[in-house]
Design a protein around this ligand. Sequence first.
Ligand SMILES: C[S@@+](CC[C@H](N)C(=O)[O-])C[C@H]1O[C@@H](n2cnc3c(N)ncnc32)[C@H](O)[C@@H]1O
Length: 225
Amino acid sequence: MWPVDVACGAGLAIELARARGAACAGIDASPRLVAVARDRSPDADVRVGDMHAMPWPDESFDVATSFRGIWGTTPEALGEIHRVLAPGGRFGLTVWGHIKVSPGAWALAPFRLAASTKVGNQAAMVTLGRPGVGEDLLARFGFIDVERVGVPFAWEFSDPEMYARALASTGPAYEAIQNVGEPAFLAAAADEARSHVRDGLPLRAEINVVGYLARKPGATRRETA
Ligand SMILES: C[S@@+](CC[C@H](N)C(=O)[O-])C[C@H]1O[C@@H](n2cnc3c(N)ncnc32)[C@H](O)[C@@H]1O
């Protein structure tokens, strides 16, 4: 099994797949996150690069995954994933689901401190989770057998300050911090979290995440062997 994780970030998925015996590849635009991924999985082929122009030949992988790495604003990456998958190759993608109805929607609220154009872009990013949108896009890029699944997802933090620091390390927080400054962002995030503190329990934010499972047409190498 030869899987690639696209927009792999700090490489948790690669580490988990390796633990299950897979030899893995991964790609992410951030050199600092790729350094963490390589530290976790020294024998994996983890590259710094753009998921829209991956450095592997056609039909290199049996499996591709991307966990909240492809957005409504980056659909073309699906064409590149289709290219590097072997015939019959499987693809698993997760995206944010319906955030507003999620019990933990509060935990993403500080991102709205970004400039209004950036907040608009954030809304465009999360469209892939809407019913029919991801299915149509995957079909447009040539995937078949598209299946939608719900993915259990929760953030947990020990206290509001820890939550605020963790949130500040994310991409959308960077945009908010550019707009209001880091002290104001941290203060607003910690304030947001205080009303969700529960005695003796961690802060917990359950957020709807949608998963898509799909396949590139054709017989797999194993089926043709
Ligand atoms: C929300 S994070 C998800 C990271 C990882 N999949 C995880 O679950 O922890 C999105 C990731 O996409 C990466 N990214 C954004 N644009 C990219 C691009 N054009 N090519 C490759 N990676 C990209 C970011 O560097 C970031 O690590």
